[in-house]
Structures are given as C-alpha cells and as structure tokens.
Design a protein around this ligand. Structure first.
Ligand code: FMN
Length: 178
C-alpha cells in the first residue's frame, strides 16, 4: 500500500500541477515514501444529490480506496481562488458519508488523517482564499492539516526552481511515514 495518496484534479492532465506533483512523488520515493496519484478526472461521479440517486456512480469506490491511507495530499491548480470543479465535486460528495446513516462510520474514518495541499497558480504566493477553503474543510472533517507547497507558474512550470521547496516539503513526511 502507498504511504500517501494524492487526489489530483486539474483541467490539464499533464499541466503544471501534474508536473509538480510528479516531481514531488519522485523526491518522496528517494526517501522511501511511496505515493499513489489518483487523477479525479478518471472517475465519473456526479454532483452532490440530496436524494442520493447517484449512489452507484464512481464516488463510493474512490472514497473507500482512500480510507486506509493516513496521509492525503490534495493537489490542484488555483482556479478563480478555488479548487477545480472535479475536486469541488469530490469534496461535496464526502457529504454522502456524513449524512447517510449507513455510511457515516466510514465518513468518521477521515478523522485523524493528515491532509496536505499541493497547488500551482500564476501568483508568487498561493491564494489565501483557496488555502483557507481547504483548511476549513479539513478541520470540519476532523482531519489534521499538515502544510502546503505552492509553485508560481507565471512563467510556466520550471522544475529546477522547485527543487529546494520540494526538498523541504518532503521532510514534513519523514516523521509521519505510515
Ligand atoms: C480557469 C482558470 C482560473 C484561474 N484562476 C487563477 C487564480 O485565481 N489565481 C491564479 O494565480 N492563477 C489562476 N489561474 C492560473 C492557474 O492557476 C495556473 O496556470 C496553474 O499553474 C495551472 O495549472 P494546470 O496546468 O494544472 O491547469 C487560473 C487558470 C485557469 C485556467
């Protein structure tokens, strides 16, 4: 089993954010921390539905796949100070596991997991609005927040400029290895 699961969402499957998380995963492997990257765009699940008519789509198998993993990285670009639509849809659908009595035991298993953020944008610093929305979501779900790393991609994704930041970020995981 991977030590860390990455939930990756972007409108570009091989864009800046994917390059960033791939470089981070390679660095983590050098310190024997193994990462599984899940591209949310490969899963077909619909918006939250109060009537739960979508209960047989791809969301439940995906959610239950991440449950055994103690560390989850949320990796996305910043799109209008927020996460991309498929990540927002994923977060909305976690509500199924808070609301449905037959699922709530599994929903509670998020408590105690540690969440990290990997993000890219065209600004020097990550948007606080974006970060806070995720941090508040983690807190509501009972997840610990471990930290974030951001790449300024105003000139495109420049891998060599990220080496030092990735090195520092990867050290955060050394003490948390599953
Ligand atoms: C729809 C859209 C909205 C964006 N909104 C922001 C934004 O609010 N702040 C910002 O700094 N960059 C914004 N950007 C730029 C992206 O965050 C940046 O180019 C990112 O690295 C793209 O990553 P990707 O290749 O994985 O899509 C936006 C880009 C798009 C396409």
């Amino acid at each position: 089993m991977a030590n860390i699961i990455v939930l990756f969402s972007s409108s570009r499957q091989n864009g800046n954010t994917r390059n960033f998380i791939d470089q981070i995963a390679i660095q983590l492997e050098t310190i024997d921390i193994f990462v599984e990257i899940i591209d949310l765009e490969q899963y077909h699940f619909s918006d939250f539905d109060y009537k739960h008519k979508n209960k047989n789509d791809d969301f439940s198998p995906l959610f239950e796949k991440i449950l055994p993993c103690p560390i989850i990285i949320f990796a996305t670009p910043v799109y209008w100070y927020a996460v991309p639509p498929q990540m927002k849809r994923f977060l909305d659908r976690i509500s199924d596991y808070l609301i449905c009595p037959q699922l709530s035991d599994k929903g509670r298993q998020l408590r105690g997991k540690t969440a990290y953020i990997v993000c890219t944008s065209v600004k020097e610093h990550a948007s606080e609005t974006y970060l806070n929305a995720l941090k508040e979501t983690f807190a509501y779900l009972g997840m610990q927040y471990g930290g974030y790393i951001h790449a300024d991609c105003s000139e495109g994704y420049l891998a060599e400029q990220q080496d030092n930041a990735i090195m520092l970020f990867s050290h955060l995981f050394k003490t948390q290895k599953a």
